[in-house]
Write a protein that binds this ligand. Structure first.
Ligand code: HBI
Ligand code: FE
Length: 286
Protein backbone atom coordinates (compact mmCIF):
# COMPACT_ATOMS: atom_id res chain seq x y z
CA UNK A 1 0.00 0.00 0.00
CA UNK A 2 2.83 2.31 0.89
CA UNK A 3 4.47 1.33 -2.38
CA UNK A 4 1.31 2.07 -4.36
CA UNK A 5 1.07 5.47 -2.69
CA UNK A 6 4.69 6.25 -3.59
CA UNK A 7 4.22 5.35 -7.23
CA UNK A 8 0.89 7.16 -7.43
CA UNK A 9 2.64 10.28 -6.14
CA UNK A 10 5.41 9.96 -8.71
CA UNK A 11 3.00 9.71 -11.60
CA UNK A 12 1.10 12.84 -10.59
CA UNK A 13 -1.68 11.26 -8.58
CA UNK A 14 -2.62 8.93 -11.41
CA UNK A 15 -3.40 5.37 -10.36
CA UNK A 16 -0.83 2.67 -10.96
CA UNK A 17 -1.75 0.66 -14.05
CA UNK A 18 -2.17 -3.08 -13.93
CA UNK A 19 -4.27 -5.48 -11.88
CA UNK A 20 -2.59 -6.26 -8.56
CA UNK A 21 -5.57 -8.15 -7.10
CA UNK A 22 -4.33 -11.64 -8.01
CA UNK A 23 -0.62 -11.02 -7.26
CA UNK A 24 1.13 -13.32 -4.79
CA UNK A 25 3.51 -12.19 -2.03
CA UNK A 26 6.32 -11.74 -4.59
CA UNK A 27 3.92 -9.81 -6.87
CA UNK A 28 3.81 -12.65 -9.41
CA UNK A 29 0.65 -13.14 -11.50
CA UNK A 30 -0.41 -15.48 -14.30
CA UNK A 31 0.36 -14.09 -17.72
CA UNK A 32 -2.96 -15.41 -19.09
CA UNK A 33 -1.58 -15.40 -22.63
CA UNK A 34 -4.84 -16.62 -24.19
CA UNK A 35 -6.59 -13.44 -23.03
CA UNK A 36 -4.57 -11.05 -25.22
CA UNK A 37 -6.75 -9.70 -28.02
CA UNK A 38 -5.95 -9.71 -31.73
CA UNK A 39 -5.69 -5.90 -31.53
CA UNK A 40 -3.00 -6.22 -28.85
CA UNK A 41 -1.03 -8.75 -30.88
CA UNK A 42 -1.31 -6.43 -33.91
CA UNK A 43 -0.01 -3.47 -31.89
CA UNK A 44 2.90 -5.62 -30.65
CA UNK A 45 3.75 -6.49 -34.26
CA UNK A 46 3.79 -2.81 -35.20
CA UNK A 47 6.01 -1.92 -32.23
CA UNK A 48 8.31 -4.85 -32.98
CA UNK A 49 8.62 -3.97 -36.67
CA UNK A 50 9.60 -0.39 -35.99
CA UNK A 51 12.24 -1.32 -33.39
CA UNK A 52 13.59 -4.24 -35.42
CA UNK A 53 14.32 -1.88 -38.32
CA UNK A 54 16.25 0.51 -36.05
CA UNK A 55 18.36 -2.12 -34.32
CA UNK A 56 21.02 -2.93 -37.00
CA UNK A 57 24.09 -0.76 -36.53
CA UNK A 58 22.71 0.63 -33.26
CA UNK A 59 22.11 -2.23 -30.81
CA UNK A 60 25.04 -4.34 -29.60
CA UNK A 61 25.62 -7.69 -31.36
CA UNK A 62 24.62 -9.73 -28.28
CA UNK A 63 21.18 -8.12 -28.35
CA UNK A 64 20.67 -8.53 -32.08
CA UNK A 65 21.61 -12.22 -32.02
CA UNK A 66 19.41 -13.05 -29.03
CA UNK A 67 16.47 -11.05 -30.36
CA UNK A 68 16.48 -13.01 -33.62
CA UNK A 69 16.59 -16.31 -31.72
CA UNK A 70 13.57 -15.30 -29.59
CA UNK A 71 11.29 -15.26 -32.66
CA UNK A 72 8.94 -12.81 -30.95
CA UNK A 73 7.83 -10.83 -33.99
CA UNK A 74 4.41 -12.47 -34.48
CA UNK A 75 2.69 -11.28 -31.33
CA UNK A 76 2.99 -10.92 -27.57
CA UNK A 77 5.12 -13.93 -26.56
CA UNK A 78 4.10 -16.71 -24.19
CA UNK A 79 6.40 -16.17 -21.17
CA UNK A 80 6.51 -19.88 -20.35
CA UNK A 81 8.10 -20.71 -23.70
CA UNK A 82 10.66 -17.94 -23.30
CA UNK A 83 11.49 -19.12 -19.78
CA UNK A 84 12.23 -22.62 -21.04
CA UNK A 85 14.72 -21.33 -23.63
CA UNK A 86 16.23 -18.81 -21.20
CA UNK A 87 16.64 -21.37 -18.45
CA UNK A 88 18.62 -23.60 -20.81
CA UNK A 89 20.84 -20.69 -21.90
CA UNK A 90 21.68 -18.90 -18.63
CA UNK A 91 19.51 -20.33 -15.85
CA UNK A 92 17.20 -17.29 -15.82
CA UNK A 93 13.41 -17.38 -16.05
CA UNK A 94 10.89 -14.61 -16.55
CA UNK A 95 7.96 -14.11 -14.19
CA UNK A 96 4.76 -12.21 -14.99
CA UNK A 97 4.01 -9.14 -12.85
CA UNK A 98 1.12 -6.62 -12.92
CA UNK A 99 3.44 -3.63 -13.48
CA UNK A 100 5.92 -1.80 -11.26
CA UNK A 101 6.55 -3.76 -8.09
CA UNK A 102 8.18 -2.77 -4.78
CA UNK A 103 11.97 -2.67 -4.76
CA UNK A 104 12.35 -5.51 -2.26
CA UNK A 105 10.37 -7.89 -4.48
CA UNK A 106 12.05 -6.62 -7.63
CA UNK A 107 15.58 -7.13 -6.28
CA UNK A 108 14.66 -10.48 -4.75
CA UNK A 109 13.57 -11.76 -8.17
CA UNK A 110 16.80 -10.60 -9.81
CA UNK A 111 18.95 -12.07 -7.03
CA UNK A 112 17.27 -15.42 -7.81
CA UNK A 113 17.68 -15.12 -11.59
CA UNK A 114 14.05 -14.27 -12.30
CA UNK A 115 13.23 -11.23 -14.43
CA UNK A 116 9.83 -9.59 -13.77
CA UNK A 117 7.97 -8.80 -17.00
CA UNK A 118 4.82 -6.66 -16.99
CA UNK A 119 1.81 -8.41 -18.57
CA UNK A 120 -0.11 -5.47 -20.04
CA UNK A 121 0.55 -3.73 -23.36
CA UNK A 122 0.34 0.03 -23.95
CA UNK A 123 -2.56 1.51 -25.95
CA UNK A 124 -2.14 2.53 -29.62
CA UNK A 125 -2.07 6.19 -28.47
CA UNK A 126 1.09 5.37 -26.50
CA UNK A 127 2.92 3.92 -29.51
CA UNK A 128 5.79 6.41 -29.24
CA UNK A 129 5.95 7.11 -25.53
CA UNK A 130 4.91 5.45 -22.31
CA UNK A 131 5.68 6.39 -18.70
CA UNK A 132 5.39 3.04 -16.89
CA UNK A 133 7.09 -0.06 -18.26
CA UNK A 134 4.74 -2.33 -20.28
CA UNK A 135 5.27 -5.79 -21.77
CA UNK A 136 6.92 -4.38 -24.87
CA UNK A 137 9.56 -2.44 -22.91
CA UNK A 138 10.17 -5.25 -20.42
CA UNK A 139 10.33 -8.05 -22.96
CA UNK A 140 11.86 -6.47 -26.07
CA UNK A 141 14.22 -4.26 -24.07
CA UNK A 142 15.35 -6.52 -21.24
CA UNK A 143 14.89 -10.19 -22.12
CA UNK A 144 17.34 -10.65 -25.06
CA UNK A 145 20.45 -9.70 -23.05
CA UNK A 146 19.53 -12.19 -20.32
CA UNK A 147 20.71 -14.78 -22.86
CA UNK A 148 24.26 -13.36 -22.57
CA UNK A 149 26.08 -15.21 -19.76
CA UNK A 150 28.10 -12.22 -18.51
CA UNK A 151 25.20 -9.79 -18.62
CA UNK A 152 22.97 -12.38 -16.93
CA UNK A 153 25.45 -12.75 -14.05
CA UNK A 154 25.67 -8.98 -13.73
CA UNK A 155 21.88 -8.68 -13.36
CA UNK A 156 21.92 -11.18 -10.52
CA UNK A 157 24.72 -9.21 -8.79
CA UNK A 158 22.66 -6.07 -9.23
CA UNK A 159 19.71 -7.76 -7.50
CA UNK A 160 21.89 -8.76 -4.56
CA UNK A 161 23.34 -5.24 -4.50
CA UNK A 162 19.83 -3.80 -4.40
CA UNK A 163 18.87 -5.82 -1.34
CA UNK A 164 22.07 -4.59 0.36
CA UNK A 165 21.53 -0.99 -0.73
CA UNK A 166 18.11 -0.98 0.93
CA UNK A 167 19.80 -1.66 4.28
CA UNK A 168 22.59 0.88 3.69
CA UNK A 169 20.50 3.85 2.58
CA UNK A 170 22.06 3.56 -0.86
CA UNK A 171 19.01 2.90 -2.99
CA UNK A 172 18.93 6.30 -4.74
CA UNK A 173 22.55 5.81 -5.79
CA UNK A 174 22.10 2.25 -7.02
CA UNK A 175 18.94 3.28 -8.87
CA UNK A 176 20.99 5.86 -10.80
CA UNK A 177 23.51 3.18 -11.76
CA UNK A 178 20.65 0.96 -12.97
CA UNK A 179 19.13 3.81 -14.92
CA UNK A 180 22.35 4.79 -16.68
CA UNK A 181 23.43 1.20 -17.42
CA UNK A 182 20.64 -1.40 -17.64
CA UNK A 183 18.11 1.14 -18.92
CA UNK A 184 20.14 3.72 -20.88
CA UNK A 185 23.63 2.27 -21.24
CA UNK A 186 25.91 2.39 -24.29
CA UNK A 187 28.77 0.00 -25.02
CA UNK A 188 31.99 0.43 -26.98
CA UNK A 189 32.35 -1.86 -30.01
CA UNK A 190 35.07 -2.03 -32.68
CA UNK A 191 32.52 -0.47 -35.06
CA UNK A 192 31.68 2.38 -32.69
CA UNK A 193 29.19 3.00 -29.88
CA UNK A 194 26.27 0.59 -29.58
CA UNK A 195 23.20 0.39 -27.32
CA UNK A 196 22.52 -2.22 -24.62
CA UNK A 197 20.12 -0.22 -22.38
CA UNK A 198 16.53 -1.46 -22.46
CA UNK A 199 14.96 1.99 -22.18
CA UNK A 200 16.70 2.97 -25.40
CA UNK A 201 16.24 -0.36 -27.21
CA UNK A 202 12.46 -0.19 -26.73
CA UNK A 203 12.21 3.49 -27.74
CA UNK A 204 11.79 4.56 -31.36
CA UNK A 205 13.16 8.07 -30.98
CA UNK A 206 15.98 7.57 -28.48
CA UNK A 207 17.54 4.64 -30.35
CA UNK A 208 18.34 7.08 -33.14
CA UNK A 209 19.03 10.09 -30.94
CA UNK A 210 21.47 8.58 -28.45
CA UNK A 211 24.19 7.70 -30.97
CA UNK A 212 24.27 11.07 -32.67
CA UNK A 213 26.47 14.02 -31.82
CA UNK A 214 23.78 15.99 -30.00
CA UNK A 215 23.84 18.23 -26.92
CA UNK A 216 23.78 15.02 -24.84
CA UNK A 217 27.11 13.73 -23.53
CA UNK A 218 28.61 10.26 -24.07
CA UNK A 219 31.25 9.55 -21.42
CA UNK A 220 33.03 6.44 -20.11
CA UNK A 221 31.26 4.79 -17.15
CA UNK A 222 32.73 5.58 -13.76
CA UNK A 223 30.45 4.07 -11.13
CA UNK A 224 30.83 6.72 -8.44
CA UNK A 225 30.40 9.56 -10.93
CA UNK A 226 27.33 7.80 -12.35
CA UNK A 227 25.77 7.27 -8.90
CA UNK A 228 26.13 11.01 -8.26
CA UNK A 229 24.27 11.98 -11.41
CA UNK A 230 20.57 12.87 -11.49
CA UNK A 231 18.56 11.57 -14.45
CA UNK A 232 15.65 12.62 -16.63
CA UNK A 233 12.55 10.43 -16.71
CA UNK A 234 10.48 12.47 -19.17
CA UNK A 235 12.95 13.36 -21.92
CA UNK A 236 15.93 11.87 -23.73
CA UNK A 237 18.95 11.42 -21.44
CA UNK A 238 21.40 14.33 -21.22
CA UNK A 239 24.27 11.99 -20.36
CA UNK A 240 24.99 8.47 -21.62
CA UNK A 241 27.60 6.36 -19.81
CA UNK A 242 29.64 4.03 -22.00
CA UNK A 243 31.06 0.66 -20.90
CA UNK A 244 33.94 -1.23 -22.54
CA UNK A 245 32.22 -4.62 -22.30
CA UNK A 246 29.80 -6.57 -20.09
CA UNK A 247 32.70 -7.85 -18.03
CA UNK A 248 33.29 -4.28 -16.87
CA UNK A 249 29.63 -4.03 -15.86
CA UNK A 250 29.85 -7.22 -13.83
CA UNK A 251 33.14 -6.28 -12.14
CA UNK A 252 31.95 -2.75 -11.37
CA UNK A 253 28.67 -3.96 -9.85
CA UNK A 254 30.07 -6.79 -7.71
CA UNK A 255 32.09 -4.80 -5.07
CA UNK A 256 30.79 -3.79 -1.66
CA UNK A 257 29.40 -0.27 -2.18
CA UNK A 258 29.28 0.61 1.53
CA UNK A 259 32.23 3.07 1.43
CA UNK A 260 31.04 4.57 -1.85
CA UNK A 261 27.55 5.21 -0.46
CA UNK A 262 29.13 6.92 2.56
CA UNK A 263 31.15 9.23 0.30
CA UNK A 264 28.12 9.96 -1.88
CA UNK A 265 26.07 10.97 1.15
CA UNK A 266 28.63 13.74 1.80
CA UNK A 267 28.33 15.43 -1.60
CA UNK A 268 25.60 17.06 -3.68
CA UNK A 269 24.16 15.22 -6.68
CA UNK A 270 25.22 16.42 -10.13
CA UNK A 271 22.66 17.73 -12.66
CA UNK A 272 21.94 15.39 -15.58
CA UNK A 273 23.81 17.63 -18.03
CA UNK A 274 27.08 17.86 -16.07
CA UNK A 275 30.43 17.64 -17.85
CA UNK A 276 33.21 17.68 -15.25
CA UNK A 277 36.67 19.13 -15.91
CA UNK A 278 38.70 16.56 -17.82
CA UNK A 279 35.61 14.77 -19.19
CA UNK A 280 35.13 14.75 -22.93
CA UNK A 281 32.14 13.70 -25.03
CA UNK A 282 33.23 10.57 -26.92
CA UNK A 283 31.19 11.75 -29.92
CA UNK A 284 32.40 15.37 -29.85
CA UNK A 285 33.58 16.38 -33.31
CA UNK A 286 32.12 13.29 -34.96
N1 HBI B 1 9.29 -3.13 -10.96
N2 HBI B 1 8.21 -4.30 -12.65
C1 HBI B 1 9.23 -3.53 -12.24
N3 HBI B 1 10.19 -3.16 -13.13
C2 HBI B 1 11.23 -2.38 -12.77
O1 HBI B 1 12.09 -2.07 -13.60
C3 HBI B 1 11.31 -1.94 -11.43
C4 HBI B 1 10.30 -2.34 -10.54
N4 HBI B 1 10.36 -1.95 -9.26
C5 HBI B 1 11.46 -1.18 -8.76
C6 HBI B 1 12.45 -0.77 -9.76
N5 HBI B 1 12.34 -1.15 -11.00
C7 HBI B 1 13.57 0.16 -9.36
O2 HBI B 1 13.42 0.46 -8.03
C8 HBI B 1 14.98 -0.34 -9.53
O3 HBI B 1 15.28 -0.60 -10.82
C9 HBI B 1 15.99 0.64 -9.02
FE1 FE C 1 13.19 -1.33 -17.77
Amino acid sequence: EEFLATVAEKSDGAALRGDYSTADAQYVVKQNWAAYTEEEHALWRRLYKRQEALVPGRACDEFITALAALKASDGIPDFEKTSEALEKATGWRIVAVPGLIPEQAFFNHLANRRFPVTVWLRTPAEFDYIVEPDVFHDYFGHVPLLFDPVFADHMQEYGKGGLKAMKLGGLDYLARLYWYTVEFGLIQSPQGLRVYGAGILSSGGELEYCLQNTPSRHIPLNVERCMRTLYKIDSYQETYFVIRDFKQLFEDTAPDFTPMYERLKQVDALPANTLLPGEKDLLAGS
